[in-house]
Design a protein around this ligand. Structure first.
Ligand code: 8NA
Ligand code: MG
Ligand code: MG
Ligand code: MG
Length: 309
């Protein structure tokens, strides 16, 4: 079990990075063969803000033993300060600056964003994989996911989207740990019933229905969405995993070859699929090219040790 958890944790982190980096390439190479050629031509696969924030969250969980919102905010801000060029959404940099230049906490500043609504962007969901790996099928997962989201995403949709994505990674990790096969329809339905907002519950119910119908991916993408808003991307990322749970590559292609916020769709699908299938199931040709791959693998293993089975 210890080896399985370690493989699952490393798979979640590397799967996120691979999905993010390959998804970023899919912005300009949106057909399968063209994308394969683009990957071959790259000396390295460069990830974006999605993975940078995931690394910060994993480090914070390992060092703090759970979610400490101020320390997590500080780590996210430090990673941004070191690498501001990673393609961050507009909200987080504003929050980092304002938290530094005032006496307010990160969560207080995050609540002021977007006319006091808080952000419903997919930025809290795209980084939440480590929470799923750490808490798996434990009841603490839900609060930890919310707490991690609130540092930048205060909108109820932003928080709920992150919690459902964390649960998807948690379910995937728990199945991998116990060597169990996951039932896609049961999983989609249980994620729908876990959702706390009507909007996300309805989207996850649509995912379950479209999976049962065997609807084609472009139709699913049109129905549930694939934008920068979490309720319009996280459900499609989960669908892409659940449609072909035994294949990282097929799930990833489904996530990123149907347009929209493709780096983030790739990061979310890649984290779930990597957690479920483990590190050895990731395509080796891509794995060796992913930037900071050795660090991501080590970080996964440390995360597994910090939250043992
Ligand atoms: P965010 O919190 O700034 O939200 C992203 C966007 O969502 C904002 O710019 C708004 O347009 C919109 N938004 C959020 N909350 C509200 C609201 N309450 N009302 C109306 N609109 C709202 O940033 P984030 O961290 O959530 O963003 C993550 C995304 O940004 C990821 O896709 C990531 O890869 C990055 N990114 C995306 C693109 C892209 O075009 N797909 C490009 C560069 C960077
Ligand atoms: Mg990105
Ligand atoms: Mg401050
Ligand atoms: Mg994105």
């Amino acid at each position: 079990p210890r080896d399985r958890l370690s493989s699952s944790a490393a798979g979640a982190l590397l799967g996120c990075a691979l999905g993010d980096a390959i998804g970023e390439l899919a912005f300009s190479h949106a057909a399968e063969e063209e994308l394969a050629n683009a990957i071959s031509a790259q000396p390295k696969l460069i990830y974006t803000d999605d993975t940078a924030m995931t690394i910060a969250l994993a480090e914070s969980l390992i060092e703090e033993g759970g979610i400490d919102q101020q320390r997590l905010g500080q780590r996210l801000a430090d990673h941004f300060a070191e690498e501001p060029w990673r393609g961050y959404g507009p909200g987080p940099p504003k929050i980092f600056r304002k938290a530094r230049n005032s006496n307010l906490t990160f969560t207080q500043v995050a609540r002021d964003l977007y006319n006091g609504e808080g952000s419903l962007g997919n930025g809290a969901a795209m980084r939440v994989g480590p929470v799923g790996v750490a808490y798996r099928d434990r009841p603490e997962l839900w609060d930890a996911a919310h707490a991690s989201a609130e540092v930048t995403h205060a909108h109820p949709i932003g928080r709920d989207g992150a919690a459902v994505q964390a649960l998807a990674v948690g379910v995937a990790t728990a199945h991998a740990l116990h060597g169990r096969r996951l039932d896609p329809l049961v999983t989609a339905e249980s994620l729908a019933s876990a959702a706390e907002t009507n909007l996300i519950r309805e989207k996850m119910e649509a995912v379950a229905r479209l999976l049962a119908e065997g609807a084609p991916p472009p139709k699913v993408a049109d129905t549930v969405g694939r934008s920068i808003a979490v309720h319009e991307s996280m459900p499609f990322a989960i669908y892409a995993f659940l449609k072909t749970p035994q294949s990282f590559q097929e799930s990833l292609h489904c996530a990123i070859l149907n347009g929209g916020d493709v780096d983030t769709l790739g990061a979310m699908t890649g984290a779930i699929s990597g957690a479920y299938l483990g590190i050895d199931a990731l395509p080796i040709g891509c794995r060796i090219k992913v930037e900071n791959g050795a660090y991501l693998e080590t970080l996964g293993k440390r995360l597994a040790e910090a939250f043992p089975a």
